[in-house]
Design a binder for this molecule. Structure first.
Ligand code: PLP
Length: 355
């Protein structure tokens, strides 16, 4: 591995590896030995380092805790049969993090620092990357304000951290969703396109109401008219109506630019699948469900890649979707993406970086 940044490493004296059972991993609970940290002060990123994963010293007046200048990314690395680590589209995450940073008045992190920190961290913690189909290392880069000042203004100091979690294979069972027409996830002019903590905090209450009503998550609609489908839970969402793939465009500022979404769109284009990047209206969706022209609907995101939708509640009425077939577009796309991520299918698009 070629490295261009000299990043000092302080290794843990007590690895948690021997006591970690890779067969019972719960998503997000097991955290690898080390983390990459960089501090932003006096207008620049400094003090890049890799150190043992551990608690941070946070001041009670920490600005992020009060006003929410906090952004994150979610990505994954995989192990191939040769034991090499493959990172899927990490440059896209680095790029997106900076788009979030701009919206939240936070400093951009040079892609070189993001990628080098990540590569060197994964190289050190490579034994934490699980092997086996479906298993992966979930990577959480994030940045937050560190000024100890409770005036409302952009912080002058920040911390950027990357830590990782081994995650086991998980089959995501088809989900039941409900079209949400009261609460709003994002609205034009808001922060919906930024991967920022507050968006998640604001979605918890409506999501909990849906769960109490027996649904796994919400199908969010636009904040103005609640007539257009935007996303599903914390995933982008796609519909196959009569063989045409329909998914929301990403130019309104209300849709998170999912990297899984983009990958599925690229594959659909390469395969000649008819594709429309436009908003599907709630009434169009209901009509397709009534007529039986909705072949499938699924969420796309890093955690599950594809989450099939089994049931949709529209205007108080439940509709059961057709049974998920092995030859459905979603399954073809899932197999192709998994093949690329685990190195079984040649990467012709420059999506993989190997360590
Ligand atoms: C992270 C996220 C997604 C999915 O993005 P991926 O890059 O595919 O993981 C979709 N919607 C929201 C709101 C998100 O936060």
């Amino acid at each position: 591995m070629k490295t261009s940044l000299a990043i000092p490493v302080q290794k843990t004296t007590k690895s948690k590896l021997p006591e970690t059972d890779f067969s019972t991993l719960v998503f997000g609970k097991t955290i690898s030995d080390h983390m990459f940290v960089a501090d932003y002060k006096n207008g620049e990123w400094t003090d890049l380092r890799i150190e043992p994963y551990g608690a941070l010293d946070i001041h009670p007046a920490n600005a992020a805790l009060h006003y929410g200048q906090s952004i994150f990314e979610g990505m994954k690395a995989y192990k191939n049969e040769k034991g090499e680590i493959l990172i899927f589209r990490g440059d896209a995450n680095a790029h997106r993090m900076n788009e979030s940073a701009v919206r939240m008045c936070m400093p951009e992190i040079p892609e070189e620092i993001f990628m080098e920190g990540l590569l060197q961290l994964l190289d050190l913690d490579r034994d934490w990357v699980p092997s086996g189909k479906g298993a992966s290392l979930y990577i959480r880069p994030y940045m937050f304000a560190t000024d100890n000042y409770i005036g409302v203004k952009p912080s002058e100091t920040y911390k950027f951290i990357i830590f990782t979690c081994p995650v086991g294979a998980y089959y995501s069972k088809p989900v039941n969703v409900k079209v949400e027409t009261d609460f709003t996830r994002a609205t034009e002019g808001g922060t919906g396109a930024a991967k920022t903590a507050g968006n998640y905090a604001a979605s918890l209450f409506p999501a909990l109401q849906a769960q109490r009503a027996g649904y796994d998550q919400l199908l969010w609609t636009d904040g103005k008219s609640h007539s257009k489908i935007e996303e599903s839970g914390t995933m982008n969402v796609m519909f196959d109506i009569n063989g045409t793939l329909i998914t929301a465009p990403t130019n309104t500022g209300t849709i998170l630019k999912g990297i899984t979404r983009d990958s599925v769109v690229q594959l659909a284009k390469d395969w000649g699948m008819p594709l429309e990047e436009r908003f599907l209206t709630v009434s169009e969706l209901q009509e397709a469900l009534e007529k039986g022209t909705l072949r499938e609907a699924f969420g796309t995101g890093t955690a599950a890649t594809i989450a099939h939708i089994a049931k949709i509640n529209v205007n108080g009425k439940d509709y059961i979707l057709p049974e998920n077939k092995a030859n459905a577009f979603s399954n073809k796309v899932l197999n192709e993406l998994d093949g690329i991520k685990y190195g079984d299918i040649a990467d012709t698009r420059g999506w993989i970086v190997k360590i």
